[in-house]
Unconditional design. Sequence first.
Length: 548
Amino acid sequence: MLLKTTLGIWISLLLSFPVCAAVLLDGKTLTPALIAGIADGEPIRIAPDSLAAMRRSHEILIKTAGAEQPVYGLTRGVGLNKDKKVTMPATEFNLHLLRAHGGGTGKPLSVRQTRAVMVTRLNMLLAGGSGAHPDLAGMYLRFLNQFITPLVPSAGSVGEADITQLSHIGLAMSGEGDVDYQGKQMKAAEALKTAGIPLFRPSAKDALSVISSNAVSSAMAALALYDAARLTDLSFAVYALALEALNGNIHPFTTEVLQQRPYPAVAESGQILRLLLRGSSLSEPDPDRRLQDPLSFRSALFFLADLRDSYRRAYRRLLIQLNSADDNPVVIPPGKNYPAGAVIPSANFEPLPWVTAFEQFSLSVARYSLLCAQQLIVLNTPAFTGLSRFLATEETVHAFGAIEKDMVTLALHNKSLAMPLSLDYLPVAGGIEDIATRAPAVTQHLQQQIDNCYELLSILLIHSAQAIDLRRQQNPHFRLAQHTASLYDVIRASAAFMQSDKAIRPDVQTLAGILRDHHNDIIRSLYAIHQYPHHQRGCDRRTKTKTD
């Protein structure tokens, strides 16, 4: 039966997705970039070995329960009911469990976000520790490839498994609740019937395998990191262009200077900046260049290194989360201590290892945001630039003076969003769940910071381009580096030189959209300088790359 179902799935994939090859899920190699691609509609397929591992795990679970050993979520209740013996039939118990947890608050997640959640949970199941039946993996696959997206509330988790949100996915698979089916909202039962998918009848530990996970938090974290990867890489080019706009001093990040205090991340970042600024007029003597720039420029390298380093730490931690079993209980394969395998209580649902890394990254984003705001104020100040006040021309009244407020507002918002949340919780479930991480809120705050940063960088870049044009009016021989010249061209394609006063918001929004566009060739070339594979989605991949 499973073979026939699997064959039908592969045929539907071949017919429905002729252009982009399906992304292979194996429980081991999922990345934020792949999640983003699948969230945006790329098809998936499941590695047969991973499906076989799920089956073996399920068999161990059933064998353990058959030996009359207590199994949380199968022969015993969940939460504070862990000591309550389950007496009702398995499918009935599973459906009750899904319905009892069908809470959540707020508006539904977007289709993109929910698709990210489903592929994240599916990949965790394929890691083999859940004990779920392989048919559950098949339901996730069909939902993703046939664009059946449950309506999942956007809130309701304190960061110790997203149970009230994830239950809606299990309910939809069972024909209950509402879904988005290929762009149209309808009842789940109707969508399943239209798509030709039988109702899923959860049994054994299937319901707990659906809900006992941090898949919502992890998926939102992955989408945030996908956006953050591009932002982190772009930040170096933004600074390089701003330094040229200032006619700043490049000596603080020369090799010889950085060797005197050899922090590895700082040394790497200095190398990137030297590459970006190769061929710039900044490498030539200039009697008008100041010996000491303001700290927001002189020390910027350390902020960039911190941003890059904390991003990489968060990325490494999240990769472990995405490619592991975060189940309780967890099914252990046969080994030295458990020759027949075992079902063991665990705390692997605890997301603290990656949540603290994300909070650290959020602090780095906030520091970087404040740095950019200060750099903009410096560029508006004649005492530092030798240019006109607020980068004005003879035809402007106020030029860029008022826009400082937008920049400061964004930076201060990012500062407030960086306040740690993982210390703020209350006990629930009769006191047995007496700690929490606030993982969903942490990821939401980081995503908002990143969104703010694209607008913030756009404002700084428009200022930098204006300053460069004014500087070239003073010195026609002033030369940009090749990479920064490419970025300058991107700016000028969407935001013209401000000869007379004009509303800047349309230009900022247009440029922010371009900076976020992963397919913009010039922006991609700036990412490539970092030699990161992190941005590659399923349809973007051309060669095999190693993750950081």
